[in-house]
Ligand binder design. Structure first.
Ligand code: AHG
Ligand code: MN
Ligand code: MN
Length: 356
């Protein structure tokens, strides 16, 4: 790595010709990096800093807020509003968009999840912060403060991962790149340029306690993984689930696999657990830029036209071949062609198997 000691700010400046407005974009990014550094320090102090535990409040999702959810949110808001570049901020922790009264025509809209996986914070398991940046567009057709564009129009997306080491993973639409925090220089150093999701995998990531609520394509896919080398897939699989999307998606970016939080029948009125604008979209952008794939099972996540700030969505992402397989299972299910899977007698690898 000696020859590649590029830090994140240099990386941003070096690539600045590819940003529409390099000066404002680099400044905006520096705000996000500073916010991530501050949150990382708070987290690493843990119990000593008195920042663990719950608050008596709930957020817009109806979830109990952790002290660190609120602290991280405040840090992001301050860092993003201070240089008047953001017209509109949308956070998981705030029901309504936060607008910039000093510069209501700042060039950017930022969506963010200030602390992802926060239920892990009290047990010292990796958490992260996720962000998604769009060009700010006022909604001229309605009174809404901002136009919600599909994820494909993100100009940048990324996350900070507060794990054994703190990492910053970023895409500005030219590949996905990973940086590791150096505690001596206090800089993020480019350690993982041009991340590519491995194609060949044998790892899946899903909360299997929801199995009874899954739809048939997901049940089929996971059953085949669990059948291992004696089943359809001819190989054994491994399962990993941390409960922090950032940590699970990071692992998949590094060594392949599939991450799924599909819409299920657990709470039928909710279209999945994860939120489109500040969880699914940014991770889908990073995944596609790393030559992986991201889908709802029926549509590419980045093509979804958003309906509201806190919209929930079905999430299936990771190694392209695995995601494509799940998409095929959805299509076969929708066409009524997955009857073979439902009948134990006619499974491809059963008593009446077609080939070995
Ligand atoms: P958040 O902490 O921002 O609310 O996000 C938690 C999310 C995501 O990180 C994770 O994949 C998922 O919720 C975990 O859900 P389960 O509790 O159902 O495992
Ligand atoms: Mn989250
Ligand atoms: Mn969160």
């Amino acid at each position: 790595m000696e020859t590649e000691k590029i830090d994140l700010s240099n990386f941003l400046l070096k690539n600045s010709t590819s940003y529409e407005d390099p000066k404002s974009f680099v400044e905006l990014m520096m705000g996000i990096i500073d916010a991530s550094n501050l949150i990382s320090t708070l987290i690493s102090n843990g119990e000593i800093g008195g920042v663990l535990g719950n608050l008596p409040t709930t957020n817009i999702q109806g979830e109990t807020q952790k002290k660190l959810d609120v602290l991280s949110n405040d840090i992001f808001i301050e860092a993003l509003l201070k240089n008047n570049l953001v017209s509109c901020l949308i956070s998981e922790e705030n029901e309504n968009p936060i607008t910039n009264e000093y510069n209501p025509s700042g060039p950017y809209t930022v969506f963010f999840d200030p602390l992802d996986g926060s239920s892990n914070i009290d047990v010292n398991v990796s958490v992260g912060s996720i962000f998604s940046i769009f060009k700010y567009k006022k909604n001229s057709d309605s009174n809404d403060i901002v136009t919600l564009d599909p994820g494909r129009e993100q100009i940048a997306a990324g996350y900070a991962l507060y794990g054994p080491s703190t990492m910053f993973v970023l895409s500005t639409g030219k590949g996905t790149h990973g940086f590791t925090f150096n505690s001596d220089s206090k800089k993020f150093i480019l350690t993982h340029p041009n991340i590519t999701v491995p194609i060949e995998t044998h790892e899946f990531s899903i909360n299997t306690s929801n199995e009874r609520f899954w739809n048939p394509p997901i049940s089929r896919y996971i059953k085949e993984c669990n059948d291992g080398e004696i089943g359809e897939r001819d190989k054994n699989f491994n399962m990993r689930w941390t409960g922090s999307m950032v940590a699970d998606v990071h692992r998949i970016l590094m060594r392949g696999g599939i991450f799924m939080y599909p819409k299920d029948s657990k709470v039928p009125e909710k279209a999945g657990r994860l939120r489109l604008m500040y969880e699914a979209n940014p991770m889908a952008f990073l995944m596609e830029q790393a030559r992986g794939a991201a889908s709802t099972g029926r549509e590419k996540l980045l093509d979804i036209i958003p309906e509201c700030f806190h919209q929930r969505i079905s999430v299936i992402m990771g190694s392209k071949e695995e995601v494509d397989r799940v998409i095929r299972y959805y299509a076969e299910h929708d066409d009524g062609k997955d009857f073979e899977y439902k009948s134990p007698l006619f499974k491809e690898r059963s008593l009446f198997q077609k080939s070995d």
